[in-house]
Design a protein around this ligand. Structure first.
Ligand code: EPU
Length: 471
């Protein structure tokens, strides 16, 4: 199993491009199931999650002629990595419209497999998807997805841990969903992938669907852009009310993903925690307003260098002093993103004073707290909040990653800690960051990947066990 060995204390500096967004890629890829025509996606990040999604789509009758490119091994050289460019375009084309089962063996490796539910149901009239179960960040039910699709007329059954949805009979023997008003609010706000599922399904439903309390995340707006390019009629994506007028069929499209706001935020926090000076290109500043506001409150300078496109900006992040404390509450977009909570906790653990971080999206997402304490952070976990009493220094130690973003928080803490930090189980991190180790090394960090104690080159995704492709 891979680990990162980090010697902290080096300020990061230089320039780096932000990759395409993982959380946009997964529902965009699933949308290829809605049509028989090719869907071309550009800047899909090369990650275990996107590879597993591709394997699932192949199992569901989709061909993927253009593989997601492996990163050139030479780019493991830090300087080359700093100029990392977009990946090769990914072409997906559905050629067999009959399979409709997303098996547990696949879904359990990647919860986001659930986003095939809406497309399968809409195009094939039937979907059987294993319920993902909980994970390190909480229970993660899919009741809102199912409730939304049931509102479009789907019959719901449960069997052997799978949810089975069937669209109502339509004329001509087809099965087709029926547009309706759908409310997607839950205890913790709306649901991102639930909104993606219902919006995708409604594109082929008969009549009009109005999603109320829709997720407003930029990834939903990006999915709507792809679906619209495919011929769907969607208004309001990115707001709490989305209106979809169903069409008979969808065509293919060629679409470039939005940049990854969470990768961007992680790199910004890395610049801040090391008191460095980093310029990000392809940075979705417009989608990071709550986060940059917090950085600014903490005394970090965030400067937009090129304001032509705030979704793909060039921005400079720098800091030369310990952060000021801040109070942060995670919320659905445009609030502070839960996916940057762990990284922000690492930063504020070095603040000159006390901060409070409250988690309102995944109230149990705090497995990194005990690990940060091992590095010398002063943290007190109280219900959905953590009180952070800033300390002057963190001290390197071995720590264990528990989930994707928690791992990023530990890596950031390691970059600032005195001495050596070993972050074990970085396979969590490799699910969602393309060679974060090489990216940070290109900015001057002293970070090495080791496997069973032996140094290895920054991992390529092919080095990780992917779900076997059953074509
Ligand atoms: N929820 C329900 N019922 C549902 C669905 C969600 O109660 O049917 C609850 C969840 O338990 C949670 C809240 O609603 O408390 C929000 O969950 P949501 O459904 O919005 O999360 P998701 O769509 O499963 C996506 C991202 C997550 C990100 C969340 C919130 C992808 C692939 N995943 O998950 O990303 O944290 O939205 O922004 O898009 C990550 O990248 O590390 C990650 C976990």
């Amino acid at each position: 199993m891979d680990a990162f060995v980090i010697r902290g204390g080096r300020p990061l500096s230089g320039s780096i491009r932000v990759n395409g967004a993982k959380n946009a890629a997964l529902p965009l890829m699933a949308a290829a199931l809605l049509t028989d025509h090719p869907v071309i996606l550009r800047d899909v990040p090369d990650l275990t999650d996107t590879r597993n999604m591709r394997a699932l789509l192949v199992e569901l009758g989709c061909q993927s002629d253009t593989p997601v490119a492996f990163t050139d091994p030479l780019s493991a050289h830090p300087a080359a990595h700093a100029d990392r460019g977009p990946t090769a375009p990914l072409t997906l084309q559905t050629t067999v419209q009959t399979p409709h089962h997303a098996r547990y063996e696949i879904v359990r490796t990647m919860r986001a497999s659930v986003c095939v539910l809406g497309p399968l149901l809409a195009r094939r009239g039937r979907a059987r998807v294993a319920m993902p179960g909980g994970c390190a960040i909480g229970d993660r039910p899919i009741d809102l997805h199912v409730r939304g699709l049931a509102a479009l007329g789907a019959a719901v059954e449960l069997d052997a841990g799978d949810v089975i949805l069937t669209a109502p009979d339509a004329t001509g023997g087809d099965r087709r969903l029926v547009g309706a008003r759908v409310y997607l609010g839950g205890r913790f706000g709306s649901t991102v992938l639930g909104t993606a599922n219902v919006m995708s399904a409604a594109t082929l439903a008969r009549g009009r669907t109005m999603i109320e309390c829709a997720a407003c995340e930029p990834e939903i707006a990006d999915l709507a852009r792809l679906l619209t390019a495919m011929g769907a009629r969607i208004r309001g994506a990115g707001t709490p009310r989305i209106t979809i007028d169903g069409v008979e069929s969808l065509s293919g499209a060629d679409h470039t993903l939005i940049p990854d706001r969470i990768e961007a935020g992680t790199l910004m926090a890395a610049a801040a925690i090391t008191r460095g000076d980093v310029t990000l290109t392809n940075c979705p500043l417009d989608a990071l307003v709550a986060f940059t506001e917090t950085l600014t409150t903490a005394g970090v300078t965030v400067e937009e260098l090129d304001a032509r496109d705030p979704l793909r900006a060039r921005c400079r992040v720098r800091s030369d002093a310990p952060p000021a404390p801040a109070h942060v509450t995670t919320q659905p977009h445009p609030g502070f993103p839960t996916d940057l909570q762990a990284q922000t906790m690492a930063l504020l653990s070095l603040a000159r004073g006390n901060s409070v971080l409250t988690e309102r999206v995944f109230p149990q997402r705090f497995l990194h707290v005990a690990e940060l304490v091992r590095l010398g952070a002063h943290l007190e976990h109280e219900g959905p909040s953590v009180i952070v009493s800033g300390t002057e220094r963190l001290i390197g130690a071995p720590v264990m990653a528990s989930d994707l973003r928690a791992s990023a928080g530990l890596v950031l803490a390691g970059l600032a800690a005195q001495g050596e930090t070993t972050v074990r189980r970085v396979y969590h991190l490799d699910r969602g960051y393309d060679q974060l180790d090489a990216a940070l090394a290109s900015l001057g960090a002293d970070i090495r990947r080791v496997r069973d104690g032996v140094p290895v080159a920054p991992a390529r995704v092919g080095d990780f066990p992917a779900v076997p492709v059953v074509a």
